[in-house]
Write a protein that binds this ligand. Structure first.
Ligand SMILES: Cc1cc2nc3c(=O)[nH]c(=O)nc-3n(C[C@H](O)[C@H](O)[C@H](O)COP(=O)(O)OP(=O)(O)OC[C@H]3O[C@@H](n4cnc5c(N)ncnc54)[C@H](O)[C@@H]3O)c2cc1C
Length: 439
């Protein structure tokens, strides 16, 4: 129910979310299209080369379905063109370059800042892979490091601060800021009343707004629906929902609830800050140890492994366990689900890092959606929207394009999904031209 809404505004395209998924589409809709700077010498074979050669000066113009016809997934084609090697190229070595054509009428609505969930991760969080894996092809990470005089190797893990700065500068470089509305949260999508296909109900600090559009890019990310413990109270300062930095947790001790990467990071960093750490997780010991073993190429997992093997009396993991209750004065009750034995723990902080999911509730008007479960070696797991692999248009909702993590057929990393932005933007360009030609 809308009580105090501002007058409706409408655009051809609205993107929801300013993470890497949304930003890649934004730059492409702004008119920054990929072209091939070099004659073709790629290994996709003559059929594909012929298709591409016809559109060499604007790669959004060939029909990606033609690649699928020849058993090449369009998203893989673009990704392999941009990332042909297992290391970061020099900017002038990239074969795909970008030139500017006329932009479409688009707007971005986002509750967060450029860089999406990277604004919410722990203050010292490092990436899981080389920092150039986080780049959008429009702006190579190496070029960003040169431009801002940062003495970094893009083949190394990236620090959260650099990653956020990269996305901020991406927005500036492609002049996207004037079309981004920050601090606006989508609360519901409906079918449009007027000429437009979609109606978006959006909360701002002071009011609700209604936007309308024909094409909706749904890039709200894998954490848009936070998970909470049953009894969790927003206003209790004893509990933190997002781990940040040891200095934010005065006192000697913390109980961490979780079992994923964010809670592993918190446990390691708090232990190294001399805290007494009790780490509570529902999963079995074997599962946790498997993830740690699979992650030992990462320095922060090597450190966690050392801590866990140290038998330190400042570090305790309780597997197969969960929080039963707590009191505001720091008394936490944990139950072991196997033995049903409860333990009482006195602590200064309770840090809850139990993950989140994608907020498909926003699209409840179209339920049931066709979703597919996706999981990768890095233990990210979520439900993705099934979509056309040539265009990334949802199979359930014409005109809606899941972007970033939420689209089926993308890996769970920026390197895996950034090329989806060309397919989405290309399809929208094609459809809008069609409409304007009256076809
Ligand atoms: C600890 C950690 C380490 C990681 N390491 C890597 C790595 O090394 N490499 C890699 O590629 N990926 C990594 N990732 C994965 C990461 O999720 C992606 O890098 C990326 O941020 C996902 O992009 P996205 O655009 O799909 O979503 P997000 O980055 O989550 O962006 C979603 C955006 O939508 C906005 N939003 C959400 N709901 C609404 C709403 N209702 N209304 C308006 N706006 C909304 C949010 O404010 C945000 O701006 C890591 C993730 C974590 C947590």
């Amino acid at each position: 129910m809308i009580n105090n809404y501002q007058k409706s505004e409408d655009h051809d395209v609205i993107i929801v979310g300013s993470g890497p998924g949304g930003l890649g589409v934004a730059a492409t809709l702004e008119g920054w299209h990929p072209y091939l700077s070099d004659t073709l010498n790629f290994k996709f074979g003559p059929n594909i080369d012929n298709i591409i050669r016809r559109s060499q000066s604007d790669l959004l113009q060939f029909k990606p379905s033609e690649l699928l016809y020849h058993n090449v997934r369009p998203i893989d084609f673009f990704r392999r063109y941009h990332h042909p090697e297992n290391y970061s190229l020099n900017p002038d070595q990239y074969k795909i370059k970008f030139s500017k054509i006329k932009s479409l009428d688009w707007l971005m609505i986002t509750s967060g800042k450029p860089g999406g969930l990277w604004n919410e991760v722990p203050r010292n969080q490092l990436t899981l892979g080389p920092s150039y894996w986080m780049e959008l092809a429009h702006y190579p990470m190496k070029q960003f490091f040169v431009d801002f005089d940062l003495d970094r190797d893009p083949n190394e893990l990236g620090h959260r601060d650099d990653i956020i700065l990269y996305y901020e500068k991406f927005v500036e470089r492609f002049n996207l800021h004037h079309k981004i509305r920050g601090g606006e949260k989508l609360v519901h999508v409906d079918k449009g009343d007027n000429e437009r296909r979609f109606k978006l109900i959006v909360d701002t600090n002071s009011s609700q707004k209604v936007y309308e559009c024909d094409y909706l890019v749904f890039a709200v990310g894998p954490k848009s629906q936070p998970r909470k413990l049953q009894w969790q109270d927003e206003n209790n300062s004893f509990i933190s929902n997002n781990y940040t930095y040891p200095g934010d947790y005065p006192g000697d001790s913390c109980v961490i609830v979780g079992g994923g990467r964010s809670s592993d990071w918190a446990a390691t960093e708090l232990y190294d800050a001399e805290k007494l750490v009790v780490y509570v997780m529902r999963q079995a010991k074997e599962n946790h140890l498997r993830l740690i073993k699979d992650s030992l190429h990462l320095p922060y997992y090597q450190r966690l492994n050392v801590i866990m093997n140290s038998q330190s009396n400042r570090f305790k993991i309780m597997y197969d366990s969960e929080i039963k209750r707590f009191t505001d004065d720091g008394n936490v009750t944990v139950i072991d689900n196997k033995s049903q034995i409860t333990s009482e723990i006195i602590t200064d902080h309770l840090i809850v890092e139990i993950g989140a999911s994608a907020n498909y509730q926003l699209l409840s008007k179209w339920f049931p959606l066709t979703l597919i479960s996706k999981r990768d070696n890095y233990r990210f797991q979520l439900m993705q929207m099934v979509c056309n692999q040539s265009t990334f248009e949802s199979v359930d909702i014409p005109g809606l394009y899941p972007a970033g993590y939420l689209a089926e057929g993308t890996g769970l990393s920026v390197i895996g999904f950034h090329a989806g932005s060309y397919l989405i933007a290309g399809d929208i360009y094609r459809k809008i031209n069609k409409f304007s030609n009256g076809e």
